[in-house]
Design a protein around this ligand. Structure first.
Ligand code: ADP
Ligand code: MG
Length: 302
């Protein structure tokens, strides 16, 4: 894998459609004011294909937002490697990361207002989001008025953000995020606290971006209705990828060195330290794995 050297143009990442993402052994620690380390991610291995659309699920504190900001190049991992396409962004120097963030990857942070200039108008926010584009790219881009119309904000184009409703802000944040035609769109809970209509409008627009440009899309959500619109789900658990869903069916992921997270109901039934035996068995030509407990321990809890 190529590491982007200082001086290499990020324009090299230019190609139509979405960009693939790969994480390998990603660990992230936060140091608190008291000097303690909090382990937010403890060995994330994940690959997302170009143009794929993924919903990140999982309980609060499981590391979803942290992983999203690492993929968006907003923070660097404490350890491990992150690739966008062929390039290792976890090692990019800051000026190139900044260009990547402003031109190729759009990240919507949790909470719409964190993504917007609250004293500026809707139109000005979009112009600001596009500042890093070249003159030629800006000329080609969808005009601000048309973009605002697509998110139903044509009536408030010249209204200041601080006077807008939550739903309007969230739709504007999305319009800003898509205004640069990114190859990767990362959105952290873009539909929380929205009405059902606003939620459907925002998610509809996210998928339109994927349909039109082939953009790779990752959305963090806790809403089952939103997750159901994604062909793939990744469920985080305690800073790791626990489960993956494909078209509504859930799978346990075999992690590094064969580590697996049990589905929640089994983890509750079999606490840490429980001994289990896993054996393949062929039945009616179908191979399955049979999980059993040692006879002497059945009925006991460790
Ligand atoms: P999620 O988005 O799934 O709720 P986060 O990525 O926000 O999870 O957080 C993962 C873990 O990291 C949690 O234990 C959280 O308390 C901790 N954490 C997140 N941000 C910070 C921070 N800036 N400083 C210290 N700890 C943090
Ligand atoms: Mg979060």
């Amino acid at each position: 894998m190529a590491v982007l050297e200082p001086g290499v143009d990020i324009g090299e990442l230019d190609h139509p459609g979405g960009i693939g993402v790969r994480c390998s052994g990603v660990v992230h620690l936060y140091r608190t004011f008291e000097g303690h380390d909090v382990v937010a991610l403890q060995g994330v291995d994940l690959a997302i294909r170009p143009g794929e659309r993924v919903a990140f699920l999982g309980p609060s504190g499981s590391g979803k937002s942290t992983l999203l900001t690492l993929l968006g190049g907003i923070q660097k991992p404490s350890a491990g490697r992150i690739f966008l396409g062929e390039h290792e962004i976890s090692r990019l120097p800051e000026p190139q990361l900044a260009r990547l963030r402003s031109r190729r990857v759009s990240t919507m942070l949790q909470g719409a207002t964190r993504n917007l200039l609250s004293y500026a108008t809707a139109r000005q926010n979009i112009a600001f989001a596009r500042l890093a584009l070249s003159a030629a790219e800006r000329k080609q881009a969808v005009p601000e008025t048309d973009l605002l119309a697509r998110v139903g904000l044509e009536g408030v184009a010249d209204q200041v953000v601080s006077t807008m409703s939550g739903g309007q802000r969230q739709r504007l944040a999305l319009a800003c995020a898509v205004s640069t035609s990114p190859q990767l769109l990362l959105a952290d809970e873009p539909t929380s606290q929205l009405s059902h209509d606003d939620r459907d409008a925002v998610i509809g627009l996210v998928h339109e971006l994927g349909d039109e440009l082939g953009t790779t899309i990752v959305v963090v959500t806790h809403q089952p209705e939103v997750a159901a619109t994604f062909p793939r789900t990744v469920t985080m658990k305690g800073g790791r990828v626990g489960l993956e869903g494909r078209d509504g069916a859930e799978y346990v992921v075999i992690g590094a060195e064969g580590v697996v997270h049990l589905p929640t109901h089994l983890a509750e039934q079999w606490p840490q330290g429980t001994l289990v035996r896993i054996e393949p068995e062929t039945h009616d030509d179908a191979e399955r794995l049979v999980v059993s407990r040692p006879p002497e321990e059945q009925g006991e809890r460790p």
